[in-house]
Design a protein around this ligand. Structure first.
Ligand SMILES: [Zn+2]
Ligand SMILES: [Zn+2]
Length: 109
């Protein structure tokens, strides 16, 4: 069981603006689509052995947005992107960790 801070109660696609997530502890933030696409952890975006990022921000097409968001069990969501990339699974605890809001102090890129 995740903690409240790692349990989203609402995930909304705002198209080009990104994805808004409201968490069970009341925290709410918008993840810019470009940022979130760049944080994908799948095998084609991150080297499985070295952990090195293969996807670069400049390789992500402008106007990237999510085309669908799908629950993967109770612990993750899969996000399909407008560039055709659909293998990314974002666990909730990971999403909370990479929260880009000022309060969580994770400036981007
Ligand atoms: Zn990926
Ligand atoms: Zn935050």
């Amino acid at each position: 069981m995740g903690t409240q801070a790692e349990t989203p109660v609402e995930i909304t696609s705002l198209k080009e603006e990104g994805i808004r997530i409201r968490w069970a502890d009341g925290h709410e933030a918008v993840y810019p689509a470009l940022y979130l696409r760049g944080q994908c952890q799948c095998a084609s975006c991150v080297d499985e052995w070295s952990g090195e990022k293969r996807i670069k921000t400049e390789q992500i097409p402008e106007g990237i947005h999510s085309t669908s968001i799908e629950a993967k069990g109770r612990y993750a969501v899969s996000i399909h992107w407008s560039d055709g990339h659909d293998t990314g699974i974002y666990p909730f605890d990971y999403l909370r960790k990479i929260c880009p809001c000022a309060q969580c102090k994770r400036p981007w890129p």
